[in-house]
Design a protein around this ligand. Structure first.
Ligand code: ATP
Ligand code: MG
Length: 271
């Protein structure tokens, strides 16, 4: 197949949860072995037109929380906090990029805070020129949850989950794959409720009915944990883009999801 034909394919968006590539029970704790395994899986799956977005995990969330970055600029002391939060995210991104590039993946990092702004926390401006060119040329663009300049708040936090949903809708993605540290979406937080039941398939209507049951995050997550994730994904599912949630901490689950093989997890579709 010629490159020009490949590039007409709809993109696939993969969110690599901060819960997968870091230990969210500690601060600044990368899971480099997991990053390397995921890089192998991503390389092996060899999906064309793939975009990766990763989360903040134990880098972004605790630092953002310490300086209340999400609430916006209220105090000069937060200025250094903004810089620090952005910086720890570039460090995490660097570690993940290391794993990807050294596994022969032509991954190129796009820093959201340098090409996007928000208004009251919602993406307002995003110059997609670079992302489109990278895809056309066969690169694998990698974005991440980041600190962001906000037209009303001064600054805030932009979640990887919002970026995933935004790009998926803008680029009419074929599908979204969400890697987290649990096996899928449950009727309650499986880390809290022992008897939580996992859903293997949900329609949009079923998801909407369930939203108030989704637990608050147990680990530090300034962007609302699983509930925040689902709220962001609803508009993409409404647009007909299916979402698969899989456990990225388990060997080959992300590989299988990327390759379209059957894998344990939760599929959410419009109907
Ligand atoms: N109903 C639910 N089903 C599944 N997981 C849930 C549910 N409610 C809460 N959770 C929790 O959500 C967590 C995943 O969301 P979280 O935001 O912590 O991870 P993440 O998005 O991968 O991390 P990051 O935001 O750093 O990218 C799981 O670890 C799980 O404990
Ligand atoms: Mg999260």
């Amino acid at each position: 197949m010629r490159a020009s034909e490949l590039n007409q394919r709809k993109p696939v968006i993969l969110k690599v949860g901060g819960s997968v590539i870091t230990d969210k029970n500690n601060e600044l704790a990368p899971q480099t072995q997991v990053m390397n395994r995921l890089a192998e899986e991503i390389q092996k799956a060899n999906v064309k037109n793939l975009v990766i977005v990763h989360g903040g995990g134990s880098f972004g969330h605790p630092t953002a929380q310490k300086y209340a970055i999400k609430d916006g600029l209220k105090d000069d002391k937060q200025i250094l906090g903004f810089a620090e939060t952005h910086h720890v995210m570039t460090v995490l991104n660097g570690l993940f990029m290391d794993a990807l590039v050294w596994h022969n993946i032509p991954a190129v990092s796009i820093t959201p805070s340098s090409c996007m702004t928000t208004e009251m926390g919602r993406i307002k401006f995003f110059d997609e020129t670079i992302l489109k060119m990278l895809l056309r040329m066969g690169f694998l663009p990698v974005l991440y949850g980041d600190t962001i300049l906000d037209e009303k708040l001064g600054f805030t936090i932009l979640s990887g989950d919002q970026i995933v949903s935004h790009i998926a809708r803008k680029f009419d993605a074929e599908r979204i794959i969400i890697g987290v540290d649990v096996d899928g979406l449950y009727d309650a937080d499986p880390k809290v409720a022992e008897n939580a039941k996992m859903y293997s398939h949900l329609t949009l209507q079923e998801l909407k009915k369930l939203q108030d049951k989704l637990g608050e995050p147990t680990a530090c997550d300034v962007t609302g944990g699983m509930l925040g994730k689902m709220t962001e994904l609803v508009p993409a599912i409404e647009q007909g883009i299916p979402v698969t949630i899989v456990n990225g901490t388990k060997q080959d689950y992300i590989y299988k999801a990327l390759s379209g093989e059957k894998v344990e997890g939760t599929i959410i579709e419009r109907e």
